[in-house]
Write a protein that binds this ligand. Structure first.
Ligand SMILES: C[S@@+](CC[C@H](N)C(=O)[O-])C[C@H]1O[C@@H](n2cnc3c(N)ncnc32)[C@H](O)[C@@H]1O
Length: 289
């Protein structure tokens, strides 16, 4: 199990609490390799953390960490989209660090990366049935065009979608490299960006229903905050950030609390240099009344 993931904007998240007000209960909706949870546990040794992840490997990692370090951390193998409807206790901080972790990206068996040869899978939750290859081989032309236009914001997906249809008639598109070679036939690097970047991202968002899930559950998380509690969301994609921004605006409009920062929080240049993956991170924080 690959344990490496560098958490993003940790300093900024830790600084939400002043010296006088320390958090007692935190909900980490996206445990990953626990970088954020561990930073809070280190600064506030008395805090109790409930963590979720829909990926079994993240859950197993958390359990081994717990055993080894005897942490005040409970982990559940859950999708945060369905979680809030089941709970009663309230939290001082609810954290979501959206998207995939580095270990997920690095593991060729998971099929998230266009740089690795592996099955075209992309499921964050291994209990789900539909893989990226089922989508690529099963959707109609119109559905594929919609998928890549909506989730990948690709203006003209037609040549590549036509190529997918042509190739899948000959044999099933099974691997990441099968899809990459179809994409590369019709597009090339733009500003050092691999031509498959947007296509893989769109497929991942669709396979895991990431945007729909986020939209659906955010209002319920508001109800899980203590008074003066924070809902903090780190996103890496403009479509995700838009959902967060619109929901937070709505919360403010309905007098449920305030935005901690008027503008989105971005990593400093030093953080981007030491962790290039952080470059597209955007943090928004809402504080309940
Ligand atoms: C960017 S990583 C989080 C990294 C973590 N903050 C750390 O410091 O190690 C995102 C994690 O959230 C999980 N995840 C994404 N969407 C989820 C959802 N809807 N429910 C539960 N976990 C989710 C992924 O499986 C992944 O492990």
């Amino acid at each position: 199990m690959n344990p490496l993931h560098t958490p993003v904007l940790v300093k900024e998240l830790l600084s939400l609490f002043s010296k006088e007000i320390t958090p007692q209960r935190i909900l980490d909706c996206t445990f990953g390799r626990g970088g954020h949870s561990l930073a809070f546990l280190k600064k506030y040794p008395k805090v109790s953390i409930l963590a979720l992840d829909r990926d079994l490997e993240a859950v197993q990692f958390a359990k081994s960490l717990q055993k080894e370090k005897k942490l005040c951390l409970k982990i559940l193998h859950e999708n945060f989209v369905s979680f809030p409807f089941k709970r009663l206790e309230l939290f001082d901080l609810i954290l979501m660090d959206l998207g995939v972790s580095s270990p997920q990206l690095e593991d060729e068996k998971r099929g998230f990366s266009f740089n690795k040869q592996g099955p075209l899978d992309m499921r964050m939750d291994q209990r789900e049935k539909i893989k990226a290859s089922d989508i690529i081989n099963g959707l109609s032309k119109k559905e594929l065009i919609n998928l890549f236009q909506i989730y990948g914001e690709i203006k003209s997906p037609y040549p590549i979608v036509n190529e997918i249809l042509l190739q899948r008639k000959k044999r099933r598109i099974q691997t990441t490299k099968d899809l990459v070679s179809i994409i590369q036939k019709h597009s090339s690097y733009q500003f050092h960006k691999h031509p498959a970047t947007k296509w893989f991202l769109a497929l991942r968002l669709f396979v895991n229903q990431e945007l729909e899930g986020l939209k659906k559950c955010l209002p319920s998380y508001l109800a899980l905050l203590k008074p003066k509690g924070f809902l903090s969301i780190l996103s890496f994609h403009s479509l995700e950030d838009r959902i967060v921004k619109q929901n937070f605006r709505q919360f403010v409009k309905s007098n449920q609390g305030t935005l901690v920062n008027k503008k989105v929080i971005r990593p400093q240049i030093e953080e981007i240099k030491s962790n290039p993956r952080s470059r597209s991170a955007k943090l928004r924080v809402f504080q309940k009344n």
